[in-house]
Ligand binder design. Structure first.
Ligand SMILES: Nc1ncnc2c1ncn2[C@@H]1O[C@H](COP(=O)(O)OP(=O)(O)OP(=O)(O)O)[C@@H](O)[C@H]1O
Ligand SMILES: [Mg+2]
Length: 252
């Protein structure tokens, strides 16, 4: 398996009172297990606070789990920092406001020694082209772009390191509908072009139905249901999933 997530639990300490003593825990994840094959797209859905972002961060090892294991196929993922990338909802926070786009995209190329110094400008221009921007972006700052364009810049920056897997945590939720549709098309084109594996966190069940192969339905840190997207949307097994689908008015 490309990725095996085994019995992941995450407790966050809760502090309270004037002495800020630890007074309990929030169980953000409770015994979460699933596996994902290479080149597949896994959707993660569930209400706000159900643990989706926490799970994404633990998979990326940006956050330690309280218990459980994350195992990537070692023959495919040699360097987690390079091979697995994440794109967050708010593209503004992911870019240094004082860094020109050329430098922002060059940074991972330099850190991971992807290309020689004299090729950097050409490589960055090529990456911008892949996400539908051109070289007029090179010397501008993040604030000079729209939200959709900034997210494209984040995508170019992530593609720079030639990842195998990208975790998309609500990557289009902050954008207007037409821009969302264009970016989703871009994600699907890039997936084909670069043989990517995706984990796609979203509140938008219609999108999850369209672009994912498998889906996890989460509630209060647990997986309430998981399986093939087509099966779950046709015949949800759990009341909670039915309720989510009804609330979103997505037909099976
Ligand atoms: N650093 C933290 N310290 C304490 N509690 C946290 C921390 N990060 C997350 N939590 C708690 O863990 C739970 C899961 O949060 P998480 O951000 O993973 O939810 P989510 O499913 O991504 O929600 P949303 O859809 O709103 O993004 C929530 O109860 C949240 O308050
Ligand atoms: Mg989240």
């Amino acid at each position: 398996m490309f990725l095996e997530v085994k019995n992941i639990t995450k407790d966050f300490p809760v502090e309270s009172g004037v002495f800020r003593r630890e007074s309990g825990v929030v169980k953000a994840l409770d015994n979460v297990s699933f596996s994902l094959g290479e080149f597949e797209t896994l959707g993660i859905v569930g209400e706000s606070g159900s643990g989706k972002t926490t799970l994404a961060k633990i998979i990326m090892k940006l956050l330690p789990a309280t218990s459980g294991d994350i195992c990537f196929d070692a023959s495919r993922i040699g360097n987690l920092r390079k091979d697995v990338q994440i794109i967050f909802q708010n593209p503004y926070n992911s870019l240094d406001p004082k860094m020109r786009i050329l430098d922002a995209i060059a940074e991972p190329l330099i850190i991971h020694r992807i290309c020689p110094g004299k090729m950097i400008k050409k490589t960055v221009t090529g990456l911008l082209g892949m996400v539908g921007l051109d070289e007029s972006a090179l010397y501008r700052l993040p604030r000079e772009f729209s939200g959709g364009e900034r997210q494209r810049i984040c995508i170019a920056r992530v593609l720079a390191v030639e990842p195998k897997c990208i975790i998309l945590d609500e990557p289009v939720s902050s954008l207007d509908l037409t821009i969302q549709a264009k970016l989703l098309d871009l994600f699907m084109d890039l997936k084909k072009k670069f043989n990517l594996t995706y984990i796609f966190v979203s509140h938008n069940l219609a999108v999850v139905k369209n672009i994912t192969d498998f889906v996890l339905v989460m509630k209060d840190g647990r997986i309430v249901e998981q399986g093939r997207t087509a099966d779950i949307f046709r015949e949800p097994g759990r009341e909670y999933t039915k309720m989510l689908l009804e609330a979103a008015k997505v037909e099976g």
